[in-house]
Design a protein. Sequence first.
Length: 301
Amino acid sequence: MTLDQKTGRCFLASVLVFATASVTGCGDSDNGNPVGGGTPGSSQGVFLDSAVEGLTFAGGGETGETDAQGMFTYRSGSSVEFSVGGIVIGSGQPFAIMTPVEVVPGATNELDDTVTNIARFLQTVDDDDDLSNGIAITQAVRNAAAGRSIDFGQAASTFDTDTNVQSVVSDLTSQTTAGMRALVSIQDARDHLNTTLLASYDGSYQGTYSLDQDPNSAVGTWHITVAPGAVGCTFSQSGSTTVSSFILNGTMTLPGILDVATPGGAFIYGTIARDGSVTGRWYGPPPPGLSDSGEFKGSKM
């Protein structure tokens, strides 16, 4: 492998993702030692649209309310349901990071109407109406929501004209410190959730890559660190102590879709999944006749 080839390949690894803000995630604890609580064999996740505190969770024998960091406990393989009083937000397969997207079947980003409606509701019932310090759902709000329900599956454009939604929002926000108020707008809710979703991919990832010419052998390893505004990459070839490092801005579309051309002419196509796994293909840069290409895979550290 030439130096130019290594540079091209490192560029393609270094543009894996661009995030707009920093969010600290949490990991699984399926080894029988729960992180920060829960029963043996449970794992801990976080529910985000900002960290959501006071959201009731239930599933796989794990129940409770999310804490100030949005933390909840779950068991892999069991569905988890989230609610506010009697108002079911949604349910789905649990991951270390959950958002309104993960509790709506088939949703991929904040533009889904049901996801938008959930985000508007959660952001609106925040106790102090200040999303910069998280979303806090108080006991008073949960009590006011007992026996109530909301249809989140309707069109986002008509959600705030639903008389039941108006009544519930009025009653619940009247129990908050900030007082009674109308629903957060569609655009504001989507913008806020989009920032949260992109930031949830922050972290360090590592893995291996291979050449199509020799698909049965791993050619080398890569490591990236995702931070606001930049991605750092280290790259090494199997059997070599040479390591190249680069800093490069990159882009990603939700949900973790990679489709990036680097300044050096390389391309990457792939996905960062919600469970932290990374898979895809890379294609080396020019000059003409350079046929380097292959697969890459890895996971979040």
